[in-house]
Design a protein around this ligand. Sequence first.
Ligand code: SF4
Length: 269
Amino acid sequence: MPADPESLRRARQSLEALRSAGIEWVPRAVAQPPVNRPAPSVKPPTPEPPPATPTMPRPAATTNPVTPDQRRIRLQELAEVVSRCARCPELCSTRTQTVFGVGPIDVELCCIGEAPGADEDAQGEPFVGKAGQLLNDILKASGFARSEVYICNILKCRPPGNRTPKPEESDNCREYLHEQLALVRPKFMVAWGGTAAQNLLKVTTPIGKLRGQLHEFQGIPLLVTYHPAYLLPHRNPAMKKEVWKDMQLLVKKMGRSLPESSRKYASES
Ligand code: SF4
């Protein structure tokens, strides 16, 4: 059966990366010793599998996971597949570890950022460090505990120097993200930062024009707002008030109310 165009694109990308690293050939997946093959007159030979692409692990084939337990198990399987992923030659050679995601399934809210930074790469968890602490504060002021929210990134590996993910890297990782979200089944989502928002919505519109309203990602209402790292004291703390407006809109659309403690955050924003 002919390979689909996406598989061919990834195979070509991987082979080009190997060639640029000086590797001129790769072995076939399974080398059958000729002496062990059955004689054609006794049994027809089994067709050999296509050449392996050992740098491109694929998700394990499983039955459609439907129940919460099945989805939790599949999520764990997917995280293990991602932990061995080498689709992006540069990222898999520079990462400390993959950063898959954290939180329960069937959540009211899922937060999605751009990619792991240095702290996330070191700890293996998204949104830690100073930006992560600010995210926790924003969530708390909006009435959410971090532990009840699912948190992940568009990319599962840290781009060196925290550079913006390349389009082909986002393409490579999209399959994982989409399956992850299908398993988690959030009721609402927040895209933190322009890269995450543009990736999910497949647009190039600046974040300033995307925020302040709800969009949709595969039928799930999606809010776009600024990334907490952008709001840190040495960058643009004044924009916290815009994020606060966005979060108030989200809370209202979710039919929730803001906690008393949010007054403090609002006055400081
Ligand atoms: S960013 Fe995603 S697709 Fe690329 S190597 Fe990491 S896990 Fe694989």
